[in-house]
Design a protein around this ligand. Structure first.
Ligand SMILES: [Zn+2]
Length: 466
């Protein structure tokens, strides 16, 4: 007994300096990302939120005819803004307004829920799509109150301002994949705009690689009084919403509980923040959303599209879903004074560089698989793709939150779709593969098998009815 404990301790010590690891230089930085980040303007975002607040209420059930007040005026303004941006880039944005007529618990009479999308077509892989979304609709205490002032400056004019600023900055550049800037509606009445977006993506046969859903991203002082300006939370599901029972059985045995495509997106964003955002960091939260709460990304996940929720570090609940009032000296309501525009700009920069990096890189690797049980080495396989110039193999301890070790496949291995990691034991590590473009852009890491696959089921996902 004593001996076996000693042996176990030796193995543990050895695994802290893993076999098979050799130094690999950090890939070159991309100057474009720093350039894009510098173009995000807090002043413009201030003007955007002031304009949105000026519509009085943007409740989903509010007036649609008035030119000055209500959701109709708000969405016409967003559409006109996207059209103006498109003029500035030679018509690079196709502006569309998909809608559905919805009736539900919070929409008692049939009501048109309309999103406003600006679509920047990719230059080489236009069916591959990265999305940034936020919702324009707002509410007060009673979710059915469609007439009282509901400024929704932070929930979610801040996310809408992130989407619109990303469009303004990124539309001046060209990317391999398509970028969709999505201003949603109906979130507060049941995530209806997220459903419209997911259904639109499905109908258009988009291969959605990511939806970065920004909801409540502009406040830096929490209800706890803590002011934190240097981090943002990125929520991601651990296992795919569309996972089948058979896939779950396999994943339960071999791992993959924390390696869904959405989780890899969160890791991808955290890595970019570390490299390009100075003191501004991503806190990954291993949850689909905040505890028992929801967002439009849920509808994308149900449709089988990887998606994350981006939300400020410390929320202030006196400013969310509240009638405008003062009680016991506390001012309630989601007013523009609660938005920290320097903070919102940093959250927007993180989105902008993430979208640019995703849309510049090749598609995430497919056919990723590993083998090597009862041997000293691990074999990693993938399906070589035309848009990838190379592949980077990543691995990490099974308890490690971020990918740690990497090795580039040789040119011959990249073409052959296989590499062998000598002296890296398959039992002790999680593995992944990242496609790398000719110009060094690296796609998110893909975990092996169904647990990590970006692919959607060919038929309508059964899990959507769960
Ligand atoms: Zn919201």
């Amino acid at each position: 007994m004593r001996l076996s404990i000693l042996a176990a301790a030796c193995v543990f010590a050895a695994s802290s300096v893993p076999l098979g690891v050799r130094a690999q230089p950090l890939p070159a930085a991309h100057p474009l990302l720093a350039e894009l980040a510098a173009q995000v303007s807090p002043e413009r975002q201030h003007a955007t939120i002031a304009k949105l607040v000026g519509f009085g209420t943007r409740h989903t059930l509010s007036d649609t005819k008035s030119a000055a007040r209500g959701i109709g005026a708000a969405r016409r303004w967003v559409k006109a803004e996207f059209e103006a941006m498109s003029k500035d880039c030679g018509g690079c944005l196709a502006v569309e307004t998909p809608s559905q007529v919805v009736t539900n618990r919070r929409i008692p009479t049939p009501t048109e829920v309309m999103d406003v999308l600006a679509i920047q077509r990719g230059s080489t892989d236009p069916d591959r799509v990265v999305v940034i979304s936020g919702h324009m609709d707002s509410r007060v205490t009673d979710p059915m109150n469609a007439t009282s002032d509901a400024p929704g400056a932070n929930d979610d004019a801040s996310g809408t301002a992130a989407v619109m600023e990303a469009a303004r900055v990124l539309s001046k550049h060209k990317f391999a994949a398509t970028i969709v800037y999505a201003v949603l509606s109906g979130e507060e009445q049941g995530l209806n705009g997220g459903k419209v977006l997911a259904d639109t993506a499905t109908a258009k046969h988009w291969r959605v690689e990511a939806d970065l859903n920004n909801d409540i991203v502009g406040n830096s002082e929490g209800i706890n009084g803590v002011r934190e300006t240097n981090r943002v939370r990125v929520f991601s599901e651990g296992t795919r919403t569309i996972e089948t029972p058979a896939e779950a059985d396999k994943r339960r045995y071999n791992g993959g509980e924390v390696d869904s495509p959405s989780r890899q997106l969160a890791r991808f964003m955290a890595g970019l923040a570390d490299r390009y955002m100075g003191n501004f960091r991503v806190t990954m939260v291993y949850r689909t959303d905040r505890f028992s709460r929801g967002g439009d990304q849920n509808e994308m996940l149900k449709a089988g599209f990887p998606a994350v929720r981006v939300t400020e570090a410390n929320e202030n609940y006196t400013r969310q879903h509240q009638d405008l009032r003062t009680e016991n000296g506390i001012r309630y309501g989601d007013v523009i004074e609660g938005v920290d525009f320097a903070y919102l700009a940093n959250v927007t920069r993180l989105n902008v560089i993430s979208l640019a990096a995703l849309a510049s890189a090749p598609a995430p690797a497919t056919g990723v698989d590993i083998s090597g049980a009862v041997s000293a080495d691990t074999t990693v396989k993938w399906t070589p793709a035309a848009d990838a110039a190379g592949y980077r193999i990543w691995w990490r301890a099974t308890t490690d939150p971020q990918w740690r070790y990497s090795r580039d496949a040789t040119a011959a291995e990249a073409r052959g779709g296989q590499t062998v990691l000598k002296d890296v034991n398959i039992d002790d590590w999680f593995f992944g593969v990242a496609a790398v473009g000719a110009d060094g852009w690296e796609a998110p890491v893909v975990f092996p098998g169904a647990a990590g696959s970006w692919a959607r089921p060919v038929e309508a996902p059964a899990a959507a009815t769960r």
